[in-house]
Design a protein around this ligand. Structure first.
Ligand SMILES: N[C@@H](CCC(=O)N[C@@H](CS)C(=O)NCC(=O)O)C(=O)O
Length: 211
């Protein structure tokens, strides 16, 4: 049995949307972040970093969103959430999955948790502003690379588009949100129109504005 430990709108949204696209049975367990449950002794046994998400696949317990996503594409190849192993497109897919996780996703931590990035409280607003500016530059590059193509891989939808959707969504309160870039806005609209995505958002209680 697959069990996804999640919190609404958190990084768990990527594996959640993927599981809905896949259509396999799975269970969802809320990590009560409001009570800091991600730092509880029980949860730390699943993820010693105390972060969301975790996916348990039987006795295999995975943390790191992208590790979970790559495991799901391999576990359910028939869902077609990634191109064929060894293909040119698969290489492009890896490029985007790794770029999205170690560039904008990592940068979002500095934006959402600026206090973790400074030793002096007075520096928090400046640290957050700098993170925001770096995020804007990252989204400019992603938008240019995407151009007017339908998906990150061109004609082919993949889990990388779900990932980018989640990251576009996270920036919706930024002074210049990612949706301000027309290419990113169009991709987010396309992802949002997918029934599996609608279902995941509904189950998590996420309401408009979605991004
Ligand atoms: N690199 C990790 C980052 C996960 C992460 O930062 N999760 C956030 C929610 S989106 C979290 O758990 N925040 C609560 C905390 O840090 O205590 C991953 O991709 O799984």
């Amino acid at each position: 049995m697959l069990v996804l430990h999640y919190y609404p709108g958190n990084a768990s949204l990527l594996p959640h949307m993927m599981l809905r696209e896949i259509g396999a049975p799975f269970e969802m367990r809320l990590v009560d972040r409001d009570n800091n449950a991600q730092k509880s002794p029980e949860y730390l046994k699943l993820n010693p970093n105390g972060r969301i998400p975790v996916l348990a696949d039987g006795d295999l317990v995975l943390f790191e969103t992208v590790a979970i996503a790559l495991h799901l594409v391999d576990r359910f190849p028939e869902a077609g959430l990634a191109p064929q192993v060894g293909s040119r497109e698969r290489g492009e897919f890896y490029k985007w999955m790794v770029h999205l996780t170690n560039t904008p996703q990592a940068e979002y931590r500095a934006w959402f948790y600026p206090d973790e990035h400074v030793t002096d409280e007075a520096a928090i607003p400046a640290a957050q502003k700098a993170a925001e500016q770096r995020l804007c530059r990252m989204f400019d590059v992603i938008s240019d690379q995407l151009g007017d193509r339908q998906w990150l891989l061109g004609d082919r939808f993949s889990a990388a588009d779900l990932f980018l959707f989640m990251l576009i969504r996270w920036g919706r309160a930024m002074p210049r949100p990612p949706r301000a870039l027309p290419n990113l806005n169009a991709l987010a609209e396309r992802v949002l129109s997918r029934p599996a995505v609608q279902e995941a958002l509904k189950v998590e209680g996420i309401q408009a504005p979605f991004f």
